[in-house]
Design a protein around this ligand. Structure first.
Ligand code: BG6
Length: 501
């Protein structure tokens, strides 16, 4: 991480410190940052959760978890972890009472970042209590910041209400709403790809781009998250947050500068330009599916509706595909096709930008006259992070024939990014006070506003999602959605299959 400055002395107060997020992502990310020299001995971690215990309980638990991790390198004996471990303290308490906040107040001085790794019902109440106890009051020598995990609301009304509840207690500049997709290296690279490369940005508009596809396909099924997922569904879980962040970075205008406000202004502008559909339009621009029973990765998988904690008559979708428009000068008429789903054939998060066909084919009287494939830019977010450009070349030989080839860049071929959790840059930015990779209130609300028409019609229409087989590419209605426009989805998993990747 060149040119990065070490973080200022900070106490990271983690609400929900005994939970999965803390051990799986936050602590490993802090270890990586420590190893990279990005945080020093002056970072203190104060964990709070309902589980009884003290400092050693949490430290031992983390030891157990960390030693079970990894690729041969025993994290528990690692110098970075050892240093960090002794700066972890813990106490238990009820987030809704006052004692927790009085205790935090006794232990805290100087800079603090409060990390809410708790169920969303606690977001508002914890922030209110922190404010009531003066713990969010900043001074010239002490910042007070709050990091909030997703889900941020469950629809437009609840997200707006939560923003209002938070922003009457603290300033927007103190709020760091996380979307972990923004911690992914390839997502951050979208802006560099666009704004550091003339050959990309000069073609970045409706004159040259036919359409954009954004896919987040997962092999994992709903697993043990039945209760959460049945109440949430693929649309709420992935679209207004993760996929809209990708869309915003693809579609935003160049910011005036690379600071947080300039970038977030442009992202919010494009999210606010997403067309808000009437109920009839929403019906025509969205399809949904749910996986049935079948085999996934060689194992039997029960249908989503037969999953533990899912209602047998559930109408919740595990797959969604949408066709959206950003009504701006740049993107007029360019469809953005989005899809995401679980229990699919491959893990594949990618953005495919398909360019217009050439205006005129020079190859009359040859075999290539009618079948020139379009150019495509493919940003492979995960796995096998990278970028490729598909172009046509002449195949060697005496006749004029073209073949599509891929100019391919993979991060793993050039850099060692394997061990990052994706939370390193987010935590680092939280400590140094850079909000670029965090969502602002207006952006969140614009995202919910664009998906609200789909939520509304699905709540009313009484229809059930189309079933698809586990291990497939999703329901046939998703293919129909794009094929009726004369287009095709980029095959899920294709970019990673080819070239042996
Ligand atoms: C989470 C969703 O926010 O993102 C999960 O709640 C989903 O359902 C996950 O599996 C996907 O994240 P990633 O980083 O594994 O692609």
């Amino acid at each position: 991480m060149p040119f990065a400055q070490p973080t200022p002395p900070t106490t990271l107060v983690i609400f929900g410190a005994t939970g999965d997020l803390t051990r799986r992502l936050l602590i490993p990310a802090l270890i990586n940052l420590t190893r990279g020299g990005m945080i020093g001995d002056d970072l203190q971690i104060l964990g709070v959760a309902v589980e009884p215990g003290g400092d050693e309980m949490l430290r031992d638990r983390l030891d157990d978890f960390l030693s079970g991790l990894g690729d041969g390198e025993p994290l528990a004996t690692d110098a970075a972890w050892k240093g960090l471990r002794q700066r972890i303290s813990y106490f238990s308490g009820d987030f809704t009472g006052d004692d927790v906040y009085l205790e935090i107040g006794r232990r805290l001085s100087g800079n603090a970042a409060f990390y809410l790794a708790v169920p969303p019902a606690f977001f508002g109440p914890i922030i209110e209590k922190l404010a009531e106890h003066g713990l969010t009051d900043e001074s010239e020598n002490a910042f007070r910041r709050i990091a909030i995990e997703k889900p941020f609301g469950t629809d437009l009304a609840s997200a707006t209400a939560l923003n209002a509840q938070i922003l009457c207690k603290v300033a927007e500049s103190q709020v760091y709403r996380l979307d972990h997709f923004l911690g992914k290296e390839t997502v951050q690279n979208i802006l560099t790809a666009r704004f550091a490369n003339m050959i990309i940005e000069s073609l970045w508009n409706s004159r040259y781009i036919d359409h954009v596809q954004i896919t987040a396909a997962e092999i994992v099924d709903v697993g043990t998250r039945g209760k959460f997922y049945d109440a949430t569904g693929a649309l709420r879980d992935m679209i207004p947050n993760h996929l809209f962040q990708l869309l915003a970075m693809i579609a935003m205008e160049p910011p005036n500068g690379f600071d947080a406000e300039e970038i977030r202004n442009e992202k919010s502008k494009v999210l606010k330009a997403l067309r808000i559909f009437t109920p009839e339009e929403a019906e025509a621009h969205a399809v949904r599916g749910a996986y049935g029973a079948g085999t996934l990765n060689g194992a039997e998988l029960p249908a989503f509706r037969e999953t533990k904690d899912v209602a047998p008559d559930s109408r919740t979708e595990t797959f969604v595909a949408l066709k959206l428009y950003a009504d701006t000068w740049r993107w007029a008429g360019v469809p953005f096709y989005l899809r995401t789903g679980k229990a699919l054939t491959a893990r594949d998060t990618e953005i495919v930008v398909q360019f217009q066909p050439v205006p005129f084919t020079q190859f009359r009287e040859t075999d290539v006259r009618y079948n020139l494939p379009p150019n495509r830019l493919i940003i492979q977010v995960q796995p096998d992070e990278g970028m490729s450009i598909e172009i046509s070349i002449k195949s060697p030989g005496l006749s004029v024939e073209t073949v599509p080839v891929s100019l391919d860049f993979r991060y793993a071929d050039k850099f060692d990014i394997g061990k990052m959790t994706g939370y390193e840059s987010l935590l680092y930015d939280l400590f140094i006070g850079d909000q670029t990779l965090f969502q602002r209130a207006d952006g969140i609300e614009a995202g919910w506003a664009a998906v609200q028409p789909f939520l509304d019609i699905w709540a009313k229409d009484g229809k059930t999602p189309e079933l698809y087989a586990p291990g497939s590419t999703g329901p046939t209605c998703a293919d129909e959605l794009i094929e009726r426009d004369g287009r095709k989805w980029h095959a899920i998993g294709e970019a990673t299959k080819k070239d042996g990747h």
